[in-house]
Design a protein around this ligand. Structure first.
Ligand code: 13P
Ligand code: SF4
Length: 311
């Protein structure tokens, strides 16, 4: 239940957005009250396209830093703001840029595929980006005789490698939030709700993915929740997604697999910070121009390859 203070703040943000020509772009892991007033809520791929295509002069990104940077890389003529510059992705931050440069030098013919969950500097030395929604389609378009380094999520990487039967070298990083569930917890839930489908994000480890009825990005999970015949759903990804699932299929029983499935960085963004950010035009997200140009190439390739009809 939202208190009257939150409702007032939400109304003020809605007015301010109009006055200041701001597009509020949010990820599904954001707090429900933020998703409720966003102009667009999506997964990380859809957010990138929505940023690129919006008509407003300013984009306020309610998501972690790599999402805001992606908007800044794709939209050099727009002002991109973050309400919380410290909202980051620990998995992305674990990438050591020197490792990638060294790999490139040692394997000049290899293809470096970077998950969007990377800093702009890493995208700048990568060949192509991907998200969890298009990773299989991207990797499938790389010639089988090319070696691949997949950066940085070892779990998404191993899922794609398994799915395509393709050998890939995997960088060793992972999302701390998606490790906060055990196979035993899932077994217990399945015992309690035998009729339920288990929906899992590919950032989860293999022993969790192996129990899934469906594996997909946040938008893939929502889509499956809405369209599949299952009436009971066990959701294995960050808690924020429960808002959109309950909005889009209120008649179904959706159960978050664990109350621990919280990304503290996503949740560090609040209505108060969004209000302050729009009012004061802060904090500007800037990517140095040479890095922007180089990282744009990997992002544009992702968008191009995703849009191809590969049959
Ligand atoms: P999606 O692209 O599936 O929304 O995932 C983003 C993310 O950070 C998952 O942890
Ligand atoms: Fe990064 Fe995990 Fe948070 Fe997504 S949920 S932003 S991968 S820490």
């Amino acid at each position: 239940m939202l208190d009257s203070g939150s409702r007032r703040l939400m109304d003020e943000i809605i007015d301010l957005k109009k006055q200041k020509d701001v597009f509020l772009l949010a990820h599904y892991y954001q707090r429900p009250e933020i998703q409720m007033i966003a102009d667009y809520v999506g997964d990380s791929y859809a957010m990138a396209l929505a940023a690129r295509d919006c008509s407003q002069s300013t984009i306020l990104v309610a998501g972690v830093d790599f999402m805001a940077e992606t908007a800044a890389i794709l939209c050099p003529d727009k002002t991109v703001l973050t309400p919380e510059p410290l909202a980051t992705c620990p998995m992305a931050n674990k990438v050591v840029i020197e490792d990638i440069i060294k790999y490139r030098q040692e394997h000049p013919d290899a293809v470096i595929v970077s998950y969007v969950n990377t800093p702009a500097e890493v995208k700048a030395v990568s060949d192509v980006c991907c998200t969890s929604s298009n990773a299989a389609k991207i990797v499938a378009q790389i010639s089988p005789d090319r070696q691949i380094l997949f950066v940085p999520d070892q779990h998404l990487g191993s899922y794609i490698a398994e799915k395509l039967g393709r050998n890939m070298e995997l960088y060793s990083s992972e999302c701390p939030t998606h490790q906060r569930i055990t196979a035993e917890q899932l077994d217990q839930l399945k015992e309690q709700y035998p009729e339920a489908a288990i929906l899992v994000h590919p950032e989860c480890p293999k022993e969790i993915r192996d129990k899934a009825d469906f594996i997909g990005s946040t938008s893939g999970i929502i889509d499956y929740a809405v369209k599949s015949p299952y009436q009971v759903l066990i959701i294995v990804t960050e808690s924020g997604i429960m808002h959109s699932i309950s909005e889009k299929c209120p008649e179904k029983k959706a159960i978050l697999a664990s109350e621990e499935l919280i990304c503290p960085n996503m949740k560090s963004i609040t209505l108060e910070k969004i209000h302050y950010s729009i009012l004061n035009n802060e904090t500007l997200v800037e990517v140095p121009e040479d890095t922007r140009i180089k990282s744009l190439s990997a992002l544009e390739k992702m968008i191009d390859w995703t849009s191809r009809d590969t049959g």
